[in-house]
Design a protein around this ligand. Structure first.
Ligand code: NAP
Length: 259
């Protein structure tokens, strides 16, 4: 099986590294800026360099806004029974169809922990996809993390807002938590270690537990204790809930704009 990756930046590059380890396929990547590609990848400077070749899948991993400019050059390189796989946020299968015609398109919405095999992947296949295309997309997703099949692209956009963009929220919340720890007098290194270990331990515990997270939160809040005092401040005026709802809604609205 031959797979072409168009766009080998942060996300495409992260997924490619996992695919090379996990999949018995040959990978070529379009790498215009000449950055180092993982060993085993065929380097291509552009569509012209691949003239005459046919790929079983073309993975679209450029920015959504770059697709209309980038993709047309590659449409002649798809094998007769091949499919497009897009990891671009928002950009719909119908919009891809306007460029490539009535072809099988699977959208995979990953997130950056693909780098460590922990991507949360949402998948959606258009009506032109057959079982083989879905199976290939499933393998591509599973090599980087989990695979959740969705029935509509709206659901995929909602997953994008929660999970695709999610690591960014977590890094921002972590940054703020570390800054608050520094404000308590800890060095940047100690503050970072304290916060990351605390977050990692709490998330791991919640993952392993059958309990609802509200019950877990309540279990660490003793009456008039320190945690209760902190949580009361954190939940003051319900701002946290509103902030996170607004965060996810803004990402969803942007995905809708990109369709
Ligand atoms: N980053 C994330 O956390 C994340 C999460 C979920 C989904 N995604 C999706 O993943 C896609 C890529 O995002 P990214 O963060 O990896 O962006 P990125 O780091 O900017 O990578 C985009 C890549 O596309 C290449 N490119 C641009 N125009 C091209 C063209 N005409 N022909 C060939 N290659 C071209 C760029 O190559 P040059 O550097 O050579 O210009 C660059 O390597 C986006 O559609 C995004 O929605 C990203």
């Amino acid at each position: 099986m031959d797979i072409l990756l168009v766009g080998c930046g942060k996300m495409g590059g992260a997924m490619l590294r996992r695919w090379l380890d996990a999949m018995p396929a040959r990978f070529a990547a379009v790498n215009r800026s000449g950055r180092a590609l993982p060993p085993g990848t065929e380097h291509a400077t552009g569509a012209d360099a691949l003239n005459g070749r046919r790929f079983d899948a073309i993975v679209i991993a450029v920015k959504p806004q770059q697709i209309p400019d980038a993709l047309p050059a590659y449409t002649g390189l798809l094998a007769e029974d091949g499919c497009y796989v897009s990891i671009a946020a928002g950009f719909s299968a119908a919009s891809i169809g306007k460029i490539v015609g009535d072809k099988p398109v699977v959208r995979i919405m990953p997130n950056l922990p693909a780098l460590i095999g922990r991507s949360v992947n949402g998948l959606y296949a258009n009506a032109a996809c057959g079982e083989a295309h879905r199976e290939l997309a499933n393998q591509l997703a599973r090599a980087t993390g989990t695979a959740v099949w969705l029935d509509s692209e709206d659901e995929l956009d909602r997953l994008t807002a929660v999970a695709g963009s999610g690591p960014g929220y977590v890094f921002e919340i972590t940054r703020s938590y570390v800054a608050a720890a520094e404000a308590m007098g800890f060095s940047p290194e100690t503050a970072r270690a304290l916060v990351l270990e605390t977050m990692g331990g709490a998330v791991e515990m919640a993952t392993r537990s059958q309990d609802d997270v509200t019950d877990l939160r309540n279990s660490v809040m003793s009456k008039k204790g320190t945690t209760e005092a902190g949580i009361n401040a954190l939940r003051r005026d319900g701002l946290l809930d509103t902030l996170l709802e607004d965060t996810i809604r803004a990402a969803y609205d942007r995905a809708v704009e990109l369709r």
